[in-house]
Write a protein that binds this ligand. Structure first.
Ligand code: NAG
Ligand code: NAG
Ligand code: NAG
Ligand code: NAG
Ligand code: ZN
Length: 347
């Protein structure tokens, strides 16, 4: 949609005479393709949240858009993440299962939408555990809602609390620097936030991830674990191996399609050929190099999204909603991380 508007605007600039209606369309009433069954979530009742048990004291809580993990030990509760949108409901979810207090809060990564409710669990003896890069990023923008970690680590950290064990591992930057794998081995539950979105395509701009090669590699790193339940931090259910494999296939498909589109843009293709597009833009906007670049990047991403959606619409939720944004990020990564520069290569 975004790009359609952008392209329409660009085309309006090209020729006011060819296109009669150049007014801005309203984005508020946009409708998208119906969601496939894969995108379904667990039933959220009147309490506003749902708790799923994986046995041996491991639980997932979701309010439909976010999810978290908690482990009940015989000495206290380990909580992983505290999204503000679940907020106090997390206190009730845990309170209905055990009288023991939360003694350890693990941060998957530094993003506020996943940990902005952490202060609700702060207390004199409560430990906050995170990767050192998460500490660094939280300390850059101090915020009382996300207490600074009291325990940090660089590679691996085994958290033992009473009868429960969580293995925390860092394999390098992916969605963000400091985003860790959280493994409850006994219960076969793996959590890695903002990488796989079970049943849906990734959130906008590939989950607004900062290291796309690391984020793509994380799909295989997830599959190295012998997990039964995968918590991605998002939407209304956990995933299984099939969900992870399906998203991996989507991402590799997007990668291939965007790579081919960049290569096509180096030709005189009438839709994405960069030379033709840029000449038209520069004719109307003399010397505006950024304008020429924008139309090239946008048309490349839109073409790649169109090709990708022919396969994925109806297979994963909301392929049409963030298809353009995900393609845009993939085009960006292919150009500057993978050296697939197409018309911007050595000449
Ligand atoms: C640990 O203890 C808690 C509380 O007694 C219990 O619910 C849980 O099943 C136990 N977990 C393991 C892994 O033994
Ligand atoms: C149990 O859950 C209900 C519904 O969410 C909540 O009102 C109540 O406070 C919870 N109980 C405890 C002890 O947290
Ligand atoms: C994985 O989860 C999906 C969606 O809930 C389900 O349709 C599928 O049967 C599951 N696959 C396995 C192997 O459990
Ligand atoms: C993408 O698909 C839309 C809808 O079919 C079409 O209007 C648009 O021109 C296509 N864009 C590109 C760059 O191929
Ligand atoms: Zn995030």
């Amino acid at each position: 949609m975004h790009l359609l508007l952008t392209l329409t605007a660009a085309l309006c600039l090209f020729s006011q005479t060819l296109f009669s209606d150049c007014s801005h369309a309203s984005a508020t009433a946009t409708t998208f393709a119906p969601l496939p069954a894969t995108a379904g979530g667990l039933p959220i009742g009147p309490s506003g949240y749902y708790v799923e048990s994986y046995g041996d004291g491991a639980y997932m809580v979701t309010e439909g858009a976010y999810n978290v993990l908690f482990l009940v030990s015989d000495r206290g509760v380990i909580l992983v993440d505290a999204p503000p949108t679940i907020g106090r409901k997390l206190l009730y979810a845990i309170g209905n299962i055990t009288n023991l207090p939360v003694t350890h809060v693990v941060y998957s990564h530094h993003h506020s939408d996943h940990i902005g409710g952490a202060y609700l669990f702060a207390g004199k003896d409560v430990k906050f555990i995170a990767h050192a890069d998460t500490y660094y990023q939280l300390a850059q923008v101090p915020n009382e809602k996300t207490p600074l970690p009291t325990v940090t680590f660089h590679e691996d950290y085994i958290l033992r609390v009473g009868n429960q064990t969580l293995e925390l591992s860092y394999k390098g930057p992916n969605h963000t620097p400091g985003n860790i794998f959280i493994w409850a081995k006994r219960q076969k539950v793996l959590m890695l936030v903002d990488v796989v979105y079970p049943g849906w395509i990734p959130f906008t701009y590939l989950g607004v991830s900062t290291n796309i090669p690391g984020w793509i590699a994380a799909h295989d790193q997830i599959l190295e674990y012998q997990f039964e339940h995968y918590l991605g931090g998002h939407l209304g259910r956990a995933g299984n191996r099939t969900d992870v494999e399906l998203q991996k296939e989507y991402v590799l498909d997007l990668f291939d399609n965007c790579k081919k589109t960049i290569e096509l843009s180096a030709t005189d293709n009438p839709v994405v050929g960069a030379a033709g597009l840029q000449a038209s833009v520069l004719k109307l906007n003399p010397d505006n190099t950024w304008a020429a670049f924008k139309v090239f990047l946008d048309s490349t991403a839109e073409y790649c999204a169109n090709v990708t959606n022919q396969k994925w619409l109806g297979k994963l939720g909301a392929a049409d909603v963030f298809g353009f944004e995900n393609a845009f990020t993939m085009v960006k990564a292919l150009r500057i991380d993978y050296d697939i520069l197409g018309p911007g290569g050595v000449r």
